[in-house]
Design a protein around this ligand. Sequence first.
Ligand code: FCB
Length: 425
Amino acid sequence: MFLWGTATAAYQIEGAVAEDGRGPSIWDTFAHQPGKIRDGHTGDTACDHYHRWPEDVELMAAAGLNAYRFSVAWSRVLPAGRGQVNAKGLDFYDRLVDALRARDIAPVLTLYHWDLPQALEDEGGWMNRDISGYFADYAGIVAERLSDRVEWWITLNEPFVHLVYGYALGTHAPGRTLFLDALPVAHHQLLGHGLAVQSLRAAGAEQVMITNNCTPVWPATDSPADLAAADAYDTLHNRLFTDPILIGKYPDMSAFGTLDAVQDGDLATIAQPLDGLGINYYNPTRIAAPTTDLLPFDDAGITGYPTTAFGWPVVPDGLRELLVTLKSRYGPALPPVHITENGCSHDGLDDRFRIDYLDGHLAALAQAQAEGVDVRGYFAWSLLDNFEWAEGYHQRFGLVHVDFATQARTPKASYHWLRQHLSQH
Ligand code: FCB
């Protein structure tokens, strides 16, 4: 059965950051630092989903959705990241999973959507190789409790974005500005993924994937310099996170330095067999030859397409292009694909813009299927307007509007459109 869902992430919707024994995460710390988040917003309350989840599950059920991708906050389960387990944290997700299943909504659980327990950041965060093992321990603890009822397990969300924004540029938590010295974060996340797959399987998890942020890379021109720059960008954004997982080796990273964090045996650990590959698609990236010596590429920007409230170009066919490229790149090593996020920020309840966005991307998905790509699910980002990281509550990605003063939920036109669409499919 094709999975139709929405996707969310713990810190973006839950709130209740100091309740029932939850420990602090890097996002609590970061959001409370002045100047990090637009207008000083924080996720302290967010959508108050921690208390309002029954209403949110009803909204999904009423839309006719049959799956829901959510993330578990590591620091609810292990307040210090390792050691003492907080039973109340596990209980929350246990109740949520039961409620979803009672409504025939398949739980798709992401273990890590960027909210590292602060105590582990204090030990070096993902720059520290030991974090990979702690992540696997945490994965096992969650799976011991929920593997009998969770349909799909996702280890990491977008390790590329976490590397670049969190550790290289510092615009996301933990706010580190290591630039290319952050590369070990990529390897330690991938190693954590591989180790977590092993502990998930040992705890009875049946279907496991990872979610990568992927982008089609367009060279600005076909000059050799632009082509080389596009190739370097494709390596960093796409292949660095997909090659080791699917074919057990790193791409040539020499344009960026050396991956000296890699130890013997790591690649075999990383390349665990998977049941699926999660892809988050938002837009293509156009790349030109570098004009500085900081990086081997420049972002040349894309013009000539509509843009979302965030300024992101809307290119539905980029989804087809991405999927077809993945299939030709990996061939039989590509497992069935799920689009684990796709969506746009746009204001207002009458969101014709979002309807057109969804309609266009679903058509592109169908086209990719017609071209032979095995796609098994689509998750719209997002169910609710929520805390959009450095942008705070300014970017509204929800199918359902949230009034953050009252927490009132109001389905938008796009929600009704999707319900109608699903009733015909
Ligand atoms: C993705 C993130 C998700 C959300 C969307 C808009 O990169 O995974 O949490 O912020 O972008």
